[in-house]
Design a protein around this ligand. Structure first.
Ligand code: NDP
Length: 294
């Protein structure tokens, strides 16, 4: 068996095109231009690339993009002042504080200072609570992108056995919650899980969000399973060059899976597209208008 490749780039291109159409409708119908503010602290090279890409994609979709760059020695109080200002700014519908933040800043305090309705990353405790209780909150972008691709691929997920490897607040836990909301039977695995191979072997859906290159072995994958690889790991090759690999042993897993996301080109591109989608959702809710149907 050779798995179908789940083309995250193609999904992201379609979603971004839909978002751009929604922006046009919102402008014409309500004179509403969704705005996304991104706050970047320090000069972490990976974060700078993410922020630049987010900025470009936001503009391309016809939305307003606001960028706030702060030095790595900014105080927590100064950062809180910026967040509070953005909370009150009517042109800003989505606020994203790029993580990780410098060690001297309490990340949870910053995230929880963001107005929940503008929390397009979906990390605020109110939004995680709403996700857990089936309410209407903002859903974290990476897991939401994964569930969109899974539903498009499989239709109903009801009754399927799913494993999420990784239990972080930003990927693993919300991913598990979304799968549970789709009536999957969900196992959450982590660094203390015994017999990870056995857990993966019985799963129809495998989502790996660990950050360990090729931790999930190809021969653990059940025949016909769907594999979503969230991991992004940069590894050095024998020739000194680096390349990106996921948390799943891709080539070996593709021999068993029915479908699998590649790294790069799988989950990554969808994350930014869903961020734009979440900004539309936030703008419509704040303005009290229906989200345009495309
Ligand atoms: P975290 O480091 O916050 O969490 C990693 C999780 O993996 C933890 O729950 C940890 O368990 C678990 N883990 C670590 N080692 C093992 C092991 N040997 N066996 C089983 N579980 C293990 O990572 P994130 O959730 O933030 O990110 C995970 C990966 O996804 C990273 O590669 C990251 O770069 C990528 N990522 C990709 C995104 C995208 O857009 N494509 C977006 C966000 C993240 P424990 O809790 O017990 O320590």
């Amino acid at each position: 068996m050779s798995a179908d490749v789940i083309d995250g780039k193609a999904y992201a291109t379609d979603l971004k095109a839909d978002v751009a159409k929604q922006v046009t409708i919102l402008k014409e119908k309500y004179n509403l231009v969704p705005g996304l503010a991104v706050v970047l602290v320090g000069d972490d090279p990976a974060s700078q690339i993410y922020v630049r890409n987010k900025n470009k994609s936001t503009h391309k979709a016809g939305m307003n993009s606001y960028e706030y760059r702060m030095d790595s020695d900014v105080t927590e109080a100064e950062l809180l002042t910026v967040v509070k200002k953005l909370n009150l700014d009517p042109a800003v519908h989505g606020i994203l504080v790029q993580l990780p933040l410098p060690k001297h800043i309490n990340e949870a305090a910053i995230i929880d200072a963001i107005a929940p309705e503008k929390d397009v990353d979906g990390f605020h405790v109110i939004n995680s609570g709403l996700l857990a209780t089936g309410g209407r909150g903002m859903v974290p972008c990476t897991p939401l992108g994964c569930i969109m691709m899974l539903k498009d691929r499989l239709g109903s997920l009801s009754g399927l056995d799913a494993v999420v490897v990784g239990r972080s607040n930003i990927v693993g836990k919300p991913m598990a919650q979304l799968l549970l909301n789709e009536s999957c039977t969900v196992t959450i695995a982590h660094s203390r899980t015994r017999n990870l191979a056995e857990v993966v072997k019985r799963s129809d859906i495998v989502v790996a969000a660990v950050g360990v290159p090729e931790l999930v072995k190809g021969d653990w994958i059940k025949d016909g399973a769907t594999v979503i690889d969230v991991g992004i790991n940069r590894i050095e090759m024998a020739d000194g060059k680096t390349r990106l690999v996921g948390d799943v042993e891709y080539a070996a897993a593709a021999k068993h899976a029915a479908a699998i996301t590649p790294v790069p080109g799988g989950v990554g591109p969808m994350t930014i597209a869903v961020l734009l989608k979440n900004t539309i959702t936030a703008a419509c809710r704040i303005a009290g208008v229906d989200e345009p149907k495309i």
